[in-house]
Design a protein around this ligand. Structure first.
Ligand code: PLP
Length: 336
């Protein structure tokens, strides 16, 4: 696996730190929990889309694009990060927002990532939940082409084989970091959604023969569908890297028991995880992804799924910029 064969821009702050979470580990009384800080990738507040966008934006520029089109849910972190790098590259950015939650809370609709999208100068448009967003992006692209523009479509979450290269690279980075520190990683856990992060990671972990088991904690669809999506994309990522067939179906594991009422709707366990990370470690999680991923991690530790001598790495995929959009989900006492 030789990633330098692929065009890549360099704007991520790498390597991201790998740190122990002593107080959280103590509180849970099980394995030692480490955190890989991909919330600190440096682009517009950080998050996992940065690594994907290094490869995707390089491809866009190579194809002569002057406009980026992408899509996501209203509080999409991917949209925010794409808007920021498009601004830095001097490209127009159109973000199609799918209203997956039907929330009318003004914080959700206008604050958090939405406000930041607008600050970065992206143009936003709203679509009802259930819209065929890929078709909608093609329609916008056709309109822009008719105006003489050169649009480049980035799929939701930046999750195609090119984007997944960013997480194959993260796997290399993590394994090297752990080797340098003398840290034996027994499990790697993270939130999985549009599948690019897990597909890239599993490809990188298999290609390095790291033998580190990977678990994605789902945030939207049931387990068979999530694992199927990840495996399909991992196969494509392997094809792109010239190692077709390297990832086996059984390498892809997802646990989708922590979704709660649906995508973008925090469950009680999500809110508990967000508070635990904040109060034991001073770390911000989000209510859509990393909070659900951490809820899965915490519950599996409580159920004794890991050995006390294990080192578990939680990949923090970011998302705290969505928090102001979810003020309503916290019931803090009024101080005034
Ligand atoms: C997009 C996102 C994820 C999920 O990553 P995928 O590659 O879409 O599976 C996890 N956490 C955060 C904060 C995200 O924005």
């Amino acid at each position: 696996m030789h990633l330098s064969r692929f065009p890549r821009l360099r704007f991520a702050h790498l390597p991201t730190p790998l740190e122990p979470m002593k107080r959280l580990s103590e509180a849970l009384g099980g394995p030692t929990i480490w955190i890989k800080r991909d919330d600190c990738t440096g682009l517009a507040g950080g998050g996992n889309k940065t690594r994907k966008l290094e490869f995707l934006m390089a491809d866009a520029l190579e194809q002569g694009a002057d406009t980026i089109i992408t899509q996501g849910a209203t509080q999409t972190n991917h949209g925010r990060q794409t808007a920021a790098i498009a601004a830095k590259c001097g490209l127009e950015c159109h973000i199609l927002l799918e209203d997956r939650t039907a929330s009318e809370d003004p914080d959700y609709v206008l604050n958090g990532n939405v406000m930041l999208d607008q600050l970065f100068g992206a143009s936003l448009s709203k679509y009802p939940g259930g819209t065929d967003m890929n078709a909608a992006m093609e329609d916008v692209a056709a309109t822009l082409r008719a105006e003489g523009k050169k649009p480049y479509i980035i799929p939701g979450g930046g999750s195609n084989a090119i984007g997944a290269l960013g997480y194959a690279n993260c796997a290399l980075e993590l394994v090297n970091q752990a080797n340098d520190m003398g840290l034996r990683i027994d499990h790697l856990v993270h939130a999985t959604g549009s599948a690019g992060t897990q597909a890239g990671l599993v490809t990188g972990l298999v290609a390095t023969n790291s033998q580190i088991p990977l678990l994605g904690v789902g945030v939207r669809v049931p387990q068979p569908q999530q694992e199927g999506n990840v495996f399909k994309l991992a196969e494509k990522t392997c094809d792109l890297l010239g190692i077709s067939g390297a990832v086996k179906r059984e390498d892809v594991r997802a646990n989708c028991d922590y979704v709660g009422d649906g995508y973008g709707i925090p469950a009680e366990s999500t809110m508990e995880a967000i508070e635990m990370f904040a109060r034991y470690e001073g770390i911000l999680l989000d209510p859509v992804y990393s909070g659900k991923g951490a809820a899965g991690l915490i519950d599996l530790i409580r159920k004794g799924e890991f050995k006390d001598c294990d080192n578990i790495v939680f990949l923090h995929t970011g998302g705290a910029q969505a928090l102001p959009g979810y003020r309503d989900a916290f019931d803090f006492e009024s101080y005034c």
